[in-house]
Design a binder for this molecule. Structure first.
Ligand code: IDP
Ligand code: MG
Length: 165
């Protein structure tokens, strides 16, 4: 079954110049990239993305990590689409704890645990279809993807938008 998944190259991945390595590893999946961008993560976006971990002792450190307090203040967000996308990408990422992850997985190769106890594991990937839908809709607007993967609607916008001069 085809599905789609959200991937984030986290600030440690960007700081360590791992973008190329990570994209090369992901290309082993032969999936299609249908969206990509560099984002500066706000606290609001970070809180929303990790809201299910709010009660964890490492939550505040995790929010600082994804916002780039310890590395570069940016993440690369991507949407991959294709046959079994969610599972294929999770497999290449490896386990959440970089010390327990398969050594040839992305997290096993490049991740570490900080002295503050955060798993700096280079990459995020959606774990299942429900999570993928919530996360892709959170990180991307419909017109930033080259495929219509979820239902959309038109609204009248009074927003001040910036355009090229
Ligand atoms: P996942 O990223 O493999 O889906 P989640 O449980 O969703 O794992 O956790 C989100 C992120 O929070 C992880 O990728 C990692 O950066 C961090 N994290 C998760 N569990 C721990 C922990 O026990 N200690 C420190 N950091 C953690
Ligand atoms: Mg998760």
């Amino acid at each position: 079954m085809t599905n789609q998944t959200l991937i984030l190259i986290k600030p440690d991945g960007l700081k360590k110049s791992l973008t190329g390595n990570v994209l090369t590893r992901l290309s082993e999946t032969k999936l299609d990239i249908i969206g990509a961008k560099i984002i500066r993560v706000s606290r609001k976006l970070a809180n929303e993305h990790y809201k299910y971990l709010k009660k964890e002792p490492f939550f505040e450190e995790l929010i600082k990590y994804i916002m780039g307090h310890y590395h570069k203040k940016k993440v690369m967000a991507l949407v991959y689409w294709g046959e079994g996308a969610i599972d294929k990408v999770r497999k290449i990422c490896g386990a959440t704890n970089p010390e327990k992850a398969d050594m040839v997985s992305i997290r096993g190769q490049y991740g570490r645990i900080t002295t503050k106890g955060v798993y700096e594991n280079v990459i995020h990937a959606s774990a299942n279809k429900t999570e993928a839908k919530r996360e892709i809709r959170l990180w991307f607007e419909p017109d930033e993807l080259i495929m219509d993967i979820y239902a959309t609607k038109k609204i009248e916008s009074k927003k001040n938008i910036q355009v090229w001069k």
